[in-house]
Write a protein that binds this ligand. Structure first.
Ligand SMILES: Nc1ncnc2c1ncn2[C@@H]1O[C@H](COP(=O)(O)OP(=O)(O)OP(=O)(O)O)[C@@H](O)[C@H]1O
Ligand SMILES: [Mg+2]
Length: 442
């Protein structure tokens, strides 16, 4: 009989961060979550939706602003011994050997040298690093380095392991191998781990690993959907069941804001100035549109099939889908993508017409681009520095995120000839011919 108290439980958890202008912005709100004994849970969600923040709260590294956080039925006030975390960036100390890196946490706990050595040697062996004890991180491949990251977590004898995109910095094959080794370890019962939470951008990975998949919504982040996976492991990626689940997760991940609002009986919040523009390059958007327009799709595709054809990762594809939908070049529903009439027109247009369409759509559907254009038109010389726009964005997001979003707006705006940008001076300006051929600004 399994213990019914969840390993970790969150109730109505909220967390805000202070933005540059001193106001608070909710990153998490009303998050209910439980990790139970014996389960692997995968957490999927857009970049910036608050997954890492949630993990840091779960690990006791930061405190929630409100709500309850319980570990084994007790309130969690700080880092707990039973909870270990593995990061995407490995975070190893470059001047320490594998063995020393693994022993570090034990040393901090005051474990005696002999026991430290023994415990480290055991997990190093378990994770396939035997023979590399004396190596320095720089002498190891990425996959081996992440094995050290995992060994460092395992050596603490955790019953909960939190993995924050632990496989995503690795090449596909290495990531897959390490993931499978991790699952084998999980099933072998050779570790004390009782619950595993995996944050991922990879839909296939989530479906192959998890007993439950949670999809996070953004702004503020909360658990939007839960998809149970009742399939024995190891799972066959080509099986009907797995394919079906991948389809379902894709469908959930690509819901439009209007769909989500309808499902949650919430209000549709229109895209606003602080909307986190998806990280999509124009060349990727065009590539995908062309692929979608051509055979065998002829304007309509199943998202997993298109993903396979494009050979891009979900992390790269999902923002491209979002961008294309934002500009109303595609329509996405139930895991299928279809070119809109405008998208059809676009995919057959020459470069000049494409730029025109792109620019028009940008001014209509991307408030940030429209605001930049409008501000430039107010200036006598049609020029402005980028700083005021960065400051405006920082009312909604962190500095790095504001920089990223402005960079995307600039790339799109230059392509659509809505404005120009000088990379040396950081100045935005109206295109040369803007005076003669004014564009419609709504
Ligand atoms: N210390 C902080 N101060 C201010 N804002 C923060 C801080 N940490 C996170 N944020 C903001 O909280 C939001 C959520 O960040 P978080 O890293 O949790 O997202 P994520 O879902 O893990 O994203 P990704 O998929 O890119 O890793 C982001 O907008 C981020 O800018
Ligand atoms: Mg993160």
């Amino acid at each position: 009989m399994k213990n019914v108290t969840p390993l970790i439980e969150l109730k109505a958890v909220g967390k805000s961060f202070r933005t540059a202008d001193g106001t608070d912005r909710a990153v998490l709100e009303g998050v209910d979550f439980a990790l139970r004994e014996g389960e692997i849970v995968a957490l999927l969600g857009k970049s910036g939706s608050g997954k890492s923040t949630l993990l840091r709260i779960l690990a006791g590294l930061i405190a929630a602003d409100h709500g309850q956080v319980h570990y084994r039925g007790q309130p969690l006030y700080g880092p707990a011994r039973g909870i270990a975390m593995v990061f995407q960036s490995f975070a190893l100390f470059p001047w320490l050997t594998v063995q020393q890196n693994v022993e570090l946490g034990l040393e901090a706990q005051g474990v005696a040298r002999a026991e430290r050595n023994l415990r480290a040697a055991a997990v190093i062996d378990l994770i396939g690093l035997a023979g590399f004890e004396g190596a320095l991180p720089r002498e190891l491949s990425g996959g081996m380095r992440q094995r050290v990251g995992i060994a460092r977590a395992l050596v603490m004898n955790p019953d909960v392991m939190l993995m924050d995109e632990a496989f995503s910095a690795l090449d596909v094959l290495t990531g897959e191998t390490l993931r499978n080794d991790m699952l084998e370890l999980w099933d072998s019962g050779k570790t004390p781990i009782k619950g595993l939470l995996v944050v991922s951008h990879n839909i296939e990975e989530a479906v192959l690993m998890a007993d439950r998949i949670l999809i996070f919504s953004s702004d503020p982040g909360r658990v939007r959907v839960e998809i149970p996976v009742h399939l024995p492991r190891p799972r066959n990626v080509d099986s009907m069941e797995v394919r079906g689940l991948i389809d379902e997760v894709y469908a959930q991940m690509t819901l439009s804001p209007a769909d989500i609002a309808a499902l949650t009986a919430g209000e549709v919040v229109p895209v606003h100035l602080g909307y986190r523009l998806p990280d999509a390059e124009v060349s990727q958007m065009e590539g995908l549109l062309e692929m979608l327009a051509a055979a065998p799709f002829s304007g309509h595709a199943d998202l997993p099939q298109l993903a396979e054809e494009s050979e891009l990762s979900d992390e790269e594809l999902l923002p491209v889908y979002e961008a294309l939908r934002l500009l109303e070049l595609v329509h996405i529903a139930q895991g299928d993508i279809t070119l809109t009439a405008l998208g059809q027109h676009y995919s057959h247009a020459d470069q000049a017409l494409r730029r025109d369409i792109f620019g028009q759509q940008l001014l209509q559907h991307v408030p940030l681009a429209a605001e930049i254009r409008h501000s430039l038109e107010q200036e006598a010389d049609g020029e402005l520095g980028e700083e005021p726009f960065l400051r405006r964005l920082e009312e909604f997001m962190k500095e790095e995120e504001a920089e990223r979003v402005l960079k995307v707006a600039i790339e799109w705006g230059r392509y659509g000839e809505v404005f120009e940008y000088d990379f040396h001076t950081g100045m935005l300006k109206l295109p040369e011919d803007a005076a003669e051929q004014p564009k419609a600004v709504n």
